[in-house]
Ligand binder design. Structure first.
Ligand SMILES: [Mn+2]
Length: 287
């Protein structure tokens, strides 16, 4: 029988965790959450120890998000830029390790928001594979796995579909590389939510529940029964985390294009999301 854990992204509350707001961990634990997705890019190296200690004291699992920023281009024509992108990811791997994180996920097979006016070339695909294979081997030494997150066409042109991501996984061919699937991106790109999740059986390391408008799950038109039935049918045992944004001053607002309030406040968003995920997980006997 498969059991899922329920997580929440730190962006529901803040773009940057620090000693002033670390009590967010207590708050989400109280609601019932098992896990939080942390923004690795915005976490200071000298804060990792405190974060780790706090999470351990609460028995809270942390995962690390770290998409490539605009200045880091893993599929650039310029070799120097590709090297810099790989070095940047290695730094995030070390940060993740210091926090006690074992899953590092994001849009890092290309750079969000950088377009060429064409689809991906074979050369660009190969650059991503070479770079990620290097990062994967580095991460292995730290006991960390990478999760590629297929993201919609407005954010990148390399991997929009689950099927694209499976091709890249096969090419990277490392056991510590898998997928983070996200219902928001899938709703834009996939014809059939159930079939695409099932097509990735055994390769899904992390899952984002995201409503079609990125608001509270269960308040929009994502076919949630298809999503949870698929997670059940692939025996998913990982974390199902709500990813939404209330603090719209966050630095990724321009990438994810969220300009309006998606929920009244972070408190409401987290409580309602938890309730909804739990209800669906119970319906499909995954709790
Ligand atoms: Mn996501």
């Amino acid at each position: 029988m498969n059991r899922i854990k329920i997580g929440i992204h730190q962006h529901v509350f803040t773009s940057k965790l620090n000693s002033e707001n670390l009590h967010i961990f207590d708050f989400i634990k109280e609601i019932g959450f098992d896990s939080m997705d942390v923004n690795l890019r915005n976490t200071d190296f000298d804060f990792t120890g405190q974060m780790r200690k706090k999470a351990e004291s609460l028995n809270l699992i942390l995962t690390g998000g770290g998409s490539l920023p605009k200045t880091k281009e893993i599929i650039s024509q310029d070799n120097q830029k590709r090297v810099e992108a790989v070095e940047y990811m290695k730094e995030l791997v070390r940060k993740a390790f210091e926090i006690g994180i074992t899953l590092y996920h994001g849009l890092f097979y290309a750079t969000a928001g950088i377009f060429t006016g064409k689809g991906p070339t074979k050369e660009e695909f190969d650059y991503a594979v070479t770079g990620l294979k290097e990062v994967a081997n580095y991460a292995k030494k730290y006991g960390i796995s990478l999760c590629l997150e297929p993201a919609n066409r407005y954010e990148n042109y390399m991997i929009n579909l689950v099927s694209d991501s499976l091709k890249m996984l096969d090419a990277i061919d490392e056991p510590n590389v898998g997928l983070l699937l996200d219902s928001y991106h899938m709703n834009i790109e996939e014809k059939d939510m159930y079939k695409s999740i099932v097509s990735a059986k055994g390769r899904i390391f992390h899952f984002h529940v995201n409503e079609n408008d990125r608001g509270i799950p269960g308040t929009g038109h994502i076919p949630w029964d298809d999503v949870f039935r698929a997670l059940k049918d692939v025996d998913y045992n990982g974390i199902v985390a709500v990813e939404s944004f209330v603090d719209n001053t966050i630095d990724i607002a321009s990438v994810v294009a969220v300009w309006r309030r998606l929920a009244p406040d972070a408190d409401t968003l987290s409580r309602q999301s938890y309730k909804f995920i739990k209800k669906m997980a119970e319906k499909y006997s995954m709790m």
